[in-house]
Design a protein around this ligand. Structure first.
Ligand code: NAD
Length: 450
């Protein structure tokens, strides 16, 4: 069976690839298993050196990788360059972390105990189509730094950047079998990785629904899992905020990557006293978002990933929206930036749209804002806009979410832990904390009695 990879901005095929099935998945796991002992036992500075070489190769090939990602996902080229830049940073960061993920010595009666961080073995990495290379790197960096070998399964729609990265990894001196990429359907390749007895852990990013299946499947062998799942994050605008700045930033907090972002602040909560003024500014700012050809330098938003996904996104629009932007006609899975007035009970405010649609919801005071923001099964990201420092801290602590930014859209940084509360996931990626998810702690007790 072949898989045709399509450019979502033109609907033109890019390439047809052979699809793997269970047998090919098993072969990849066997290769990863065979490569594990030597990779684990490499001197730390040697493993670090090869990760650093990969980071440098990603930098050298930044333009090429950005173009692959832009064509395959429909991402604006400028943004794609930023994402690939982050991939290089991730490999640099975890190259530096190889010999800094330390154990402890613990005094105990009759002796002393030491803890060691042991690699897990073969890790299955399953990633989605919205940030294919970026999200793969968040898993590859710490997994490889800890001495694991991996089988990476990219999303069916966007396998191209992962395949190119695997070639660069070989060039960087990462031995054959350490980083394997298997292209195929989630229900076959993904599921096989979840069930395979030689896979010690699954690191999954995708929908909450599939995440639940992965967790259920992993239970059979008490397989380790980390899950980065859906979101329905809030962007909370208080009356004392710099309204111009907040409104200028809000469109980019939800329309970036055409809204196909787990961190999208797709619920914009606005204090009633400034609601009319803010909405006016928000509409103006949304009108300015440049939607069009992803290959153009000035483009800020491209198409959706597929025709089927566009239908799902369309199903959220009922009645006349507050604002609907422009989108190109012709081929491509275009959808305009759309703002809708909503209550938190409306479907558009409860479910992850994963498209350029924001629900604008009024609130009266701080307590109500916190109540609405937390009234969701998700808890991934969010923002608070206020000039009151005490309120910023109070509300940040009250929100049930893994990442929150004050007066900023920022969600993800190489150095800081990222992950969700509630049904947005389990475990953390990025920062030093990610290393804990790719290693086991072993305690060794040394008796001092003679
Ligand atoms: P998806 O859940 O449909 O697919 C994700 C991956 O899982 C793909 O590679 C797919 O092939 C694979 N898969 C599908 N069925 C499987 C199965 N039965 N067993 C194992 N693997 C299987 O998600 P998607 O549509 O590719 O991505 C969009 C979703 O990802 C959104 O819900 C989004 O919020 C989420 N996401 C979360 C984060 C995060 O960090 N929290 C980041 C990006 C995307």
């Amino acid at each position: 069976m072949t898989l045709t990879v399509v450019n979502p901005a033109t609907e033109e095929p890019i390439v047809a690839l052979a699809q793997a099935g269970e047998a090919e998945t098993d072969e990849a796991v066997a290769r990863a298993k065979a490569a594990f002992p030597a990779w684990r036992d490499l001197a730390p500075q040697d493993r670090a050196g090869r990760l650093r070489a990969l980071a440098e190769l990603v930098e050298e090939h930044l333009e090429e990788l950005a173009r692959i990602e832009s064509e395959n996902v429909g991402k604006p080229i400028a943004g794609a360059r930023g994402e690939v830049g982050m991939v290089a940073q991730v490999f640099h960061y975890y190259a530096g972390a190889v010999d800094k993920h330390l154990g402890e010595t613990i005094p105990a009666a009759g002796g002393v105990a030491a803890t060691f961080r042991e690699a897990l073995g073969v890790v299955g990495l399953i990633v989605p189509w919205n940030f294919p290379l970026n999200i793969a790197s968040w898993k590859l960096g710490p997994a490889l730094a800890c001495g694991n070998t991996v089988v990476l399964k990219p999303a069916e729609l966007t396998p191209l950047s992962a395949l190119r990265l695997a070639e660069l990894a070989l060039e960087a001196g990462i031995p054959e079998g350490v980083l394997n990429v298997v292209v195929g359907p989630g229900s076959v390749v993904g599921q096989r990785l979840v069930e395979h007895p030689d896979v010690a852990k699954i690191a999954f990013t995708g929908s909450t629904e599939v995440g639940r299946q992965v967790m259920r499947g992993a239970a059979a062998q008490i397989k380790r899992v980390t899950l980065e799942l859906g979101g329905k994050s809030a962007n909370v605008i208080f009356e004392d905020a710099d309204l111009e700045r907040a409104a200028g930033a809000a469109p980019y907090a939800v329309f970036d990557n055409a809204g196909q972002d787990c961190c999208a602040r797709s619920r914009i909560l606005v204090q009633s006293s400034v609601y009319d003024r803010f909405v006016e500014l928000l509409v103006e700012a949304t009108r300015r978002v440049k939607v069009g050809d992803p290959a153009e330098e000035i483009t800020e938003m491209g198409p959706l990933i597929s025709s089927a996904h566009r239908e799902t996104v369309s199903s959220f629009i009922e009645g006349e929206p507050l604002f609907r932007g422009e989108a190109p006609g012709g081929p491509g899975y275009w959808f305009p930036c759309t703002l809708v007035e909503a209550t938190n009970d409306d479907r558009v405010a409860r479910e992850e749209v994963f498209g350029p649609v924001a629900a604008v919801i009024p609130f009266s005071d701080e307590a109500e804002a916190i109540g609405i923001a937390n009234d969701t099964p998700y808890g991934l990201s969010g923002s608070i806009w206020t000039r009151d420092g005490a309120r910023a801290l109070r509300v940040s602590r009250a929100l049930e979410t893994g990442v929150i930014s004050v007066n900023s859209n920022s969600s993800v940084r190489v150095q800081t832990p990222f992950g969700g509360f509630k049904q947005s996931g389990l475990g953390r990626e990025l920062g030093m904390q990610a290393l804990d998810g790719y290693s086991e702690v072993k305690t060794v007790f040394f008796s001092t009695e003679s």
